[in-house]
Write a protein that binds this ligand. Structure first.
Ligand SMILES: [Mg+2]
Length: 406
């Protein structure tokens, strides 16, 4: 069954500040804060549609929910949907798909999905494009092809990725903020919605981090899993010192403690601490993972399916399994197709641990769905719906397409 068309739609959705959606942010999530307001948050530098933290070098963030939605059409009229995670500049990803991935993919047979990934990957490898935007672009198309295969065979995608390893997917809800009491309240409201696990996104110094973790643990008690993402804030020695202090709060994992490019540093942190180190939302292919897994630089691997594709994530998870490394897929600021693809991956992955989710952002991300796709009681449930298990409302989607930047 031939692919006759590949389209990419850069998406931009207004972010409701009271329902902050992008759980990969880490510092601007107090629910009463809006962009630019006077508060206890670090000063931020306004870059128009984007902003950065003025006080130190951190990620650039969008004031909007942004992503790239991909549509693949087959010769039998089947439509598959995918997503390339694009928290900033979805026009870049969409242009790569239109100019490069489209001509390499048109006329291919959908059942050659891994061969298509390989052809696309190798097409730009010699020029050094083996990660970043180019792999994001390939990954969105890959997810759309897996959706089209499922719809063609009338099977859920997880049945094609190895089958159903579990009937439900445990989620953790991502929250953040700077005021310990407010963060603890957000954790409690997550628990009230049925979550058994919450993750804190913090960008504090060591004392500030410990203060918030302590307040949250006190509020939620001992039966809830508590993860902590510190967004690469520390150097190796600080990370070890922090990790030792966190042990008494029974932190489930410490995520991204320092610069991930420093693989020897990651190894040192993993070896020094009893708390598992979770890492890897920025890695995109199995080729990036060999040294990390061989040297056990991560205790928990966090592939982001809208950056790896389902093909790439399956490969990464299989290699991780060789080393007894569990997989906790990252979703972060990904859109609703990213969420649905990650659910399919999680059902089909033997060494799956827990999936990231944003309870607060899910409704906003779902505005171009025909039917709601919501977690219940902190879980997604496996269904027999074909493909990714969701339907796109194309009219609604059109209303969120960003203006071309060129
Ligand atoms: Mg993270």
């Amino acid at each position: 069954m031939k692919i006759v068309d590949v389209k990419a739609y850069p998406i931009r959705i207004e972010n409701n500040p009271s329902e902050s959606s992008s759980s990969d942010k880490g510092k601007e999530q107090d629910s009463d804060q809006s962009f630019g307001g006077e508060s206890d948050r670090p000063p931020i530098k306004d870059l128009g549609d984007h902003y950065i933290d003025k006080t130190n070098y951190t990620s650039i963030y969008s004031k909007f929910h942004q992503t790239t939605v991909v549509k693949v059409e087959t010769s039998d009229g089947i439509i598959g949907w995918g997503e390339s995670q694009s928290p900033v500049s979805p026009n870049t990803t969409a242009t790569i798909i239109k100019d490069l991935v489209n001509p390499l993919t048109i006329n291919a047979d959908i059942f050659d999905v891994e061969a298509i990934w390989n052809k696309n990957f190798t097409a730009m490898k010699e020029r050094g494009h083996y990660t970043g935007f180019y792999i994001d672009a390939i990954s969105g198309v890959d997810i759309a092809i897996w959706d089209a295969i499922g719809k063609t065979l009338k099977l859920p995608t997880h049945k094609l990725l190895g089958g159903r390893h579990r009937d439900s997917i445990k989620l953790y809800n991502g929250i953040g903020g700077r005021d310990p009491k407010k963060v603890a309240d957000m954790a409690l409201s997550s628990i009230a919605k049925g979550y058994k696990a919450v993750k804190l996104h913090l960008r504090e110094n060591m004392e500030g981090t410990i203060e918030i973790v302590s307040e949250v643990r006190k509020a939620i008690g001992d039966d809830i899993d508590l993860m902590l993402d510190v967004h690469m804030m520390f150097n190796t020695h600080e990370a070890i010192r922090l990790g030792r202090q966190l042990e008494k709060f029974n932190v489930y994992w410490l995520e991204a403690p320092s610069d991930p490019n420093d693989i020897p540093g990651q190894i040192k942190i993993c070896q020094a601490l009893d708390i598992p180190i979770a890492n890897g939302e920025w890695t995109r292919t199995k080729f990036e993972m060999r040294e990390i897994f061989e040297k056990r630089a991560y205790d928990i691997s966090m592939p982001d399916i809208a950056r790896t594709g389902l093909t790439g994530a399956k490969q990464i998870a299989s290699i991780a399994d060789l080393y007894n490394i569990p997989v906790a897929p990252h979703v972060g600021g990904g859109g609703i197709l990213s969420v649905a693809a990650t659910v399919q991956f999680s059902i089909a992955t033997p060494n799956f641990l827990i999936m990231e989710h944003s309870e607060q952002g899910n409704k906003m991300k779902s505005q171009y769905l025909s039917h709601p796709f919501e977690a219940e009681n902190g879980e997604f449930t496996a269904t027999d719906k074909p493909g990714l298990g969701i339907e796109i409302d194309e009219n609604a989607l059109q209303s969120f397409i960003a203006k071309p930047s060129l």
